[in-house]
Write a protein that binds this ligand. Structure first.
Ligand code: ATP
Length: 296
């Protein structure tokens, strides 16, 4: 079975406070984009899970979210057959695009189908939060409001189609580091998420763009000014909005015109600001099926 694990961007990201258990309360507008890793799942006679990836620095044991996601479902249903997974990473790692969470979500959907475990989508999402706060959203996909620690989800009117340019600089940022650089007392720019939702209802990207913010961006940009430089290139080339995604450092630009996106992509390629550049689109699930092809 082959599956696509789709990346996300945060169109808006607000942190409301810290909970007694150390997790943070967030309010985010999430959007799936058409940049994806590919997972191939196969049953094996020998029990246990084996995982291989195309990137040598990604763990292939229990530290990999794919491993943990598959194991969680297989243990609950007492699956005795084994599983082998091949993971082709395309989503930049530690980039703020939820690559690991997307892989875990795809693994849960895939294992459920491959072994006929009979979990509903809601049951998968309930279990997914044990793997990570963004994993339930990665199962849901599309345009959504995420609250709580990211696991309380509400479907929003779909983001209108547009072009999405992704630029990842040569630095990596962990979520831990992003929280450490967040100065709660002095957050100046917050997204206006309610107004963003109104703009989505009117299918008005330009209006929405005026209310988009990521509270992590000033702190991370202070540490890595290259983020601002990438953003500036995208803005100069006519992006409707350019912003950092998640805990960074990836910058995404939303464009309503392909030529402008191409221009920004070639200017970024000529500069040495980015390690990875990807041109993508908005992905909303609609009637499309998650599984690319099934081969039993
Ligand atoms: P988020 O947007 O949720 O903060 P991220 O893009 O910052 O996610 P990931 O790409 O998910 O971060 O990876 C962060 C770390 O998790 C990596 O350093 C890696 O060692 C580990 N990891 C575990 N499983 C995976 C996976 N399937 N793909 C990539 N990284 C993984």
């Amino acid at each position: 079975m082959r599956l696509r694990a789709m990346a996300k961007i945060n169109l808006g990201l607000d942190v409301l406070g810290e909970r007694p258990d150390g997790y943070h309360e967030v309010r985010m507008v999430m959007q799936t984009i058409s940049v994806y890793d590919v997972l191939e799942l196969k049953k094996r006679k020998e029990s246990g899970i084996t995982l291989e990836t195309n990137l040598p620095y990604i763990p292939t044991d229990r530290r990999n979210l794919v491993y943990r996601a598959a194991e969680l479902l297989m243990q609950e249903k007492g699956v005795t057959d084994g599983l082998s997974v091949s993971l082709k990473k395309v989503i930049p790692v530690a980039a703020g695009l939820a690559g690991g969470s997307a892989d875990a979500a795809a693994a849960m959907v895939g294992v459920n189908r491959l072994f006929g475990l009979g979990f509903s989508r809601e049951e998968l999402m309930e279990r997914a939060v044990r793997i990570g706060a963004d994993v339930p959203y990665c199962i849901m996909q599309g345009t959504a409001l995420a609250e709580g620690i990211g696991e309380k989800l509400k479907r929003l009117p779909p983001m209108p189609d547009c072009y999405v340019l992704i630029g990842k600089p040569k630095v990596s940022v962990s979520t831990k580091m992003a929280y450490e650089t967040l100065d709660f007392e002095h957050v100046k720019e917050r997204p206006d998420i309610d107004r963003m939702i109104e703009a989505l209802e009117r299918k008005d990207i330009r209006r929405m763009a005026g209310y988009m913010e990521n509270v992590f961006e000033p702190g991370i940009t202070g540490k890595y000014p290259v983020i601002r430089e990438i953003r500036t290139v995208m803005e100069q080339c006519g992006a409707v909005r350019a912003m950092m995604s998640g805990s960074g450092p990836t910058v995404f630009g939303l464009f309503d015109d392909r030529k402008r996106m191409n221009k920004a992509a070639s200017r970024l390629r000529r500069s040495s600001l980015c390690r990875t550049i990807r041109m993508a689109g908005i992905y909303n699930p609609g009637e499309q099926t998650y599984v690319e092809s099934t081969d039993k």
